[in-house]
Design a binder for this molecule. Structure first.
Ligand code: ATP
Ligand code: MG
Length: 201
């Protein structure tokens, strides 16, 4: 038998210690409030994680909203489901900035969707709001991070927000409660594999 394999008694003792540590941590978490979750990075899985969380939330009878920046020209699978689930869905709808190539039009579209979204952050009926791909708006200077941050911080106490986008925006890193970096290890597209319906969009 290898030295790494613990005996049944040792295993039991280790698990009991671990259980005590976990229970102590659970006992320490006493605050109940909504959080900001920020998912950034160059790997695949940010938006789909946000939508997965939204599905989880709706499964518990909670109310959700999705605000999508950049995207909008493709018919995504999630858009159809949002409609079916009664999720409020706001879309900038201009497509990628490298396709529009029109700064003024992009700024007007960004401001228009943000003006529609801002009231959601004053409405306690919304339990989870996803701001998908909003980091591009700050990167290109289409929206003011200070103004958005102020609205987010003044939101109802129990409201949760999920923010996705590739860039680590310092002001968002400062106000987020949970932050994950999704790092590309490999992506099929970079090996010549076409984007698939139901997987990428
Ligand atoms: P998903 O929506 O699949 O969760 P994401 O939100 O993490 O992806 P984005 O940066 O928003 O990623 O990119 C959106 C699209 O680009 C998705 O179709 C995704 O599969 C694809 N994509 C994500 N990361 C990469 C990458 N590293 N290389 C090529 N394509 C990528
Ligand atoms: Mg995304």
């Amino acid at each position: 038998m290898s030295e790494n394999i613990t005996s049944t008694d040792e295993h039991k003792q280790q698990m009991q210690e671990q259980q005590q540590q976990v229970r102590a941590k659970i006992a320490q978490a006493k605050t109940r409030r909504g959080i900001i979750i920020y998912l950034y990075g160059n790997g695949k899985g940010k938006s789909s994680s946000a939508f997965g969380t939204l599905i989880r939330s709706i499964g518990h009878g909670k109310r959700g909203a999705v605000v999508q920046f950049i995207k909008g020209k493709w018919k995504t699978g999630e858009q159809a489901i949002f409609r079916q689930l009664g999720v409020e869905h706001l879309v900038m709808g201009t497509g990628f900035t490298w396709d529009t190539q029109d700064r003024e039009q992009d700024i007007a579209a960004a401001e228009a969707v943000w003006n529609q979204a801002a009231p959601l952050f004053r409405d306690p009926a919304y339990d989870l709001i996803v701001l998908d791909e909003i980091t591009y708006m700050f990167k290109y200077g289409y929206l003011s991070i200070a103004a958005v941050s102020e609205v987010l911080q003044a939101r109802p106490a129990q409201q949760n927000v999920m923010i996705t986008g590739r860039d680590p925006i310092p002001e968002l890193l400062e106000i987020a409660d949970t932050i994950s970096e999704v790092k590309e290890i490999r992506h099929a597209f970079n090996h010549g594999i076409k984007a698939q319906k139901g997987i990428e969009y």
